[in-house]
Design a binder for this molecule. Structure first.
Ligand SMILES: Cc1ncc(C[n+]2csc(CCOP(=O)(O)OP(=O)(O)O)c2C)c(N)n1
Length: 361
């Protein structure tokens, strides 16, 4: 990994957990205070979300979903970050955060209704403190900051996690949000999932400098960490959230990982990236690597690994059956159903016209 950044605060509690290369130190790991059961839970959740992600891709390939964007390889970020937050903390996700939503307790079959064209917003954000997935790149970042300011104004100690990809950092929305957050010390943890590709554009073709170092220009600290180390992600997000909760403002974490799958099911990455690159990242697989460490520490053994894989398989099958059993709503419902609580006349007329146009001549 490249050198990690200098930091603004002299006694940065996040930085203290990591080596200059952005790797969690032994001392940092011992400060986490995770017992064997908690360490196994991190593993179980990574296996669970990976299997669900694969099943969603299978569904898309069988024509049951319109589109799917895998997060294969990014499980350590999804699980580490979500485990580090309190349940009242809010998340403002991009479209690739299916695993994070699962960890928050959102039913994955409900979530897939979005990709099956059955719904626009399948969960209640207020119940899960999990905002809708943002498809336009980076629009969720200013939303996160505005929401975090709202939390501060109502004197709540909720913290907001704003997650986005490396490509999102090239957007104006991203810069405006970072600037505002720095000036007003919004309680936000910015989590960049640097997976090296923004569809077919590699990081090197759109970012000349360091993502993490940019935080300094906005007046708060940033750090570049190993995003394939679940404990490292957990440590960084937990410490950054604690800092934000105490009123010390935002923090930018650049978690370095790799997008192992295609950008979405409509993309063919073989046209723009090499097998060698893929193989190199495959060797750093976050689950295999964590599993090896757990075995070596005597925290997990073969029987448990098998039981966890079996449970993930059953959960994926249950997700599939539940999704396929869901009724298809009336045609106008998905488009018009959740727009107004009191729809105006003109809107109702438009819905009627739409529905009757589908009946054909
Ligand atoms: C505002 C906007 N511009 C362009 C797009 C088309 N688009 C969809 S995803 C994507 C790349 C995003 O890459 P990154 O932020 O690195 O996230 P990743 O998909 O790698 O997780 C682009 C350009 C979009 N959805 N929204």
């Amino acid at each position: 990994m490249a050198d990690v950044v200098r930091v603004v605060a002299a006694d940065d509690p996040v930085r203290a957990l990591f080596s200059p290369a952005g790797e969690l130190t032994a001392e940092g790991r011992s400060r986490l205070g995770l017992d064997a059961a908690a360490l196994r839970e991190l593993y179980r959740n990574m296996v669970l979300i990976r299997r669900a992600d694969q099943e969603a891709l299978n569904l898309q390939r069988q024509g049951e979903l319109g589109l799917w964007g895998q997060f294969l390889g990014q499980e350590a970020i999804h699980v580490g970050a979500m485990t580090a937050l309190r349940s009242e903390d809010w998340v403002f996700p991009s479209y690739r955060e299916f695993g994070m939503a699962m960890i928050r307790g959102i039913d994955p079959a409900d979530m897939l209704t979005l990709f099956r064209g059955l719904s626009h917003g399948p969960w209640d954000p207020r119940k899960y403190h999990f905002a809708p997935l943002a498809i336009p790149v980076a629009t969720q970042v200013p939303h996160a900051v505005g929401f975090a300011m709202g939390c501060r104004l109502k004197h709540s100690d909720e913290v907001v996690l704003s997650t986005f990809g490396d490509g999102a950092t090239s957007e104006g929305d991203w810069h405006e949000a970072m600037n505002f957050a720095g000036v007003f010390k919004a309680p936000v943890v910015f989590l960049c999932q640097n997976n090296y590709w923004a569809i077919s554009v590699p990081l090197s073709k759109q970012t000349a400098g360091s993502i993490a170092e940019r935080a300094q220009g906005y007046g708060f600290p940033g750090i570049r960490i190993d995003g394939n180390d679940v404990l490292g992600v957990y440590a960084a997000v937990r410490a950054a959230a604690a800092r934000a909760r105490q009123g010390e403002g935002p923090y930018l974490i650049e978690a370095v990982t790799y997008r192992m799958g295609a950008h979405t099911s409509s993309d063919d990455p073989a046209r723009y990236r090499t097998d060698a690159e893929l193989q190199a990242w495959n060797a750093k697989d976050p689950i295999a690597r964590y599993q090896a460490w757990l075995v070596q520490q005597g925290i997990i053994e073969e029987g448990t690994v098998k039981a966890i894989a079996d449970a993930a398989e059953s959960a994926a099958q249950a997700m599939r059956s539940r999704l396929l059993a869901l009724p298809t709503p009336p045609p106008g419902q998905a488009i018009f159903g959740r727009v107004y609580s009191n729809p105006p006349e003109s809107f109702l007329r438009e819905r009627e016209e739409f529905e009757s146009s589908l009946e054909g001549p």
